[in-house]
Design a protein around this ligand. Structure first.
Ligand code: SF4
Length: 257
């Protein structure tokens, strides 16, 4: 919903993109979301089935605070996004029979008069601690790779806007890094394909396991994963008697599954 507000605000003329206007968009965007996904009303239902108007009001007020914080980080009166909520898709050739499709939705793309691209992503949470920034950046490098493939130009800047903590992280990628991301994606897909064929999906336990709904089918908790539901291609060459090694990349370690 916050994303929708930040997207819609740019419909207004530059001078009218103010914090009060953005806050004022929140209830309407919630209504639109609710119309599209009526099940969301359950989030604000008490145990006795009645509507919890107080909790909804608190939640909407939180959303308004996040929207308002954005104005301390960026100035929408001085921005004219080239794209908002842009669906991007490209195919990495030479992977399997049909290539590997990469797709995503980019929150915002700004284009400078020089033609330089800036890819912007909004996060409603807090900025990660420095040791986890590589993971956050990987998503942006993924978008950068896709945009490079689509437009033939390496994006000049990647920008993560954390509304929860009021931080902005930026990174200026270079071609060699995007090539490394491409290699990493190929290796990741190879690892996923191998795990699909062998059925050997390795759990990746973290502190968050305590909140996981899948403990019953997770080997980490003595469970057995269900069989993969789609046809599995025939075994290919390569390491067949175990899972693929973890993928190492420029942004830190990333396990295949
Ligand atoms: S699937 Fe297993 S390893 Fe992964 S988060 Fe859930 S409990 Fe943890």
């Amino acid at each position: 919903m916050v994303h929708a507000v930040l997207e819609r605000l740019f419909d207004a003329p530059a001078a009218e993109r103010t914090a009060p206007r953005a806050r004022g968009l929140v209830p309407g965007e919630w209504e639109k979301l609710l119309a599209a996904r009526p099940e969301l009303a359950e989030l604000f239902r008490r145990e006795d089935g009645s509507h919890d108007a107080e909790r909804l009001a608190t939640w909407l007020a939180d959303a308004e605070r996040l929207v308002e914080r954005w104005f301390a980080l960026e100035d929408p009166t001085r921005l004219e996004p080239a794209e908002r909520e842009l669906h991007v898709e490209t195919v990495l050739p030479d992977v399997g029979d049909a290539g590997l499709t990469l797709r995503g939705i980019v929150d915002r793309i700004d284009v400078a008069p020089t033609g330089d691209l800036r890819i912007v992503d909004y996060k409603t949470g807090k900025a990660p601690a420095p040791q986890y920034r590589g993971d956050a950046l990987f998503q942006m490098m993924f978008y950068a790779l896709v945009m490079w493939r689509l437009r033939g130009r390496v994006p000049r800047r990647l920008q993560l806007v954390y509304l929860g903590s009021g931080d902005v992280l930026t990174y200026d990628p270079v071609e060699a890094e995007l090539l490394a991301v491409e290699r990493k994606l190929r290796a990741l897909w190879e690892a996923i394909s191998l795990a699909t064929e062998t059925g050997d999906w390795r759990p990746r336990p973290t502190k968050l396991c305590g909140w996981c709904d899948h403990q019953a089918v997770c080997p980490e908790f003595g469970g057995t994963p269900p069989p993969y539901p789609l046809p599995v291609p025939a075994q290919r060459g390569g390491p067949a008697d175990g899972p693929a090694a973890p993928v190492e990349g420029a942004q830190g370690r990333m396990d295949p599954v």
